[in-house]
Design a protein around this ligand. Structure first.
Ligand SMILES: [Zn+2]
Ligand SMILES: [Zn+2]
Ligand SMILES: [Zn+2]
Length: 103
């Protein structure tokens, strides 16, 4: 079992090396959706990634919160209020709903 694993690793290393070197020289084609999303703080459905001020936002609910009035993302445990990130859930939801933070 151990020998088989070692053989597998020996085989895998050159393959990884070739894959890296072949893609290194060429410029990566930029996705049209991403290019549009970058300039408009939008979301690219094709790549499942969004942009806010040129920064990548990989979570869609974070992106909606970041580019809108605000909101809280439960899965990331962070939120946004008026375009600024906040760690206070009250502030984030208040910004989204137009209320005030209870804390
Ligand atoms: Zn894209
Ligand atoms: Zn999120
Ligand atoms: Zn707050």
């Amino acid at each position: 079992m151990r020998i088989a694993l070692a053989a597998l690793l020996c085989l895998a290393v050159p393959v990884v090396f070739v894959a890296c070197s072949s893609s290194g020289g060429q410029p990566t084609m930029e996705c049209k959706g991403c290019a549009a999303a970058k300039s408009a703080n939008g979301w690219c459905d094709h790549c499942n990634v969004g942009y806010k001020d040129g920064m990548q936002v990989k979570c869609k609910s974070c992106h909606v919160a970041a580019t809108g009035k605000g909101g809280w993302c439960d899965s990331c445990g962070k939120g946004y209020a008026n375009g600024k990130s906040t760690s206070c859930k009250g502030c984030a939801t208040a910004a989204a709903t137009g209320g005030t933070c209870p804390t």
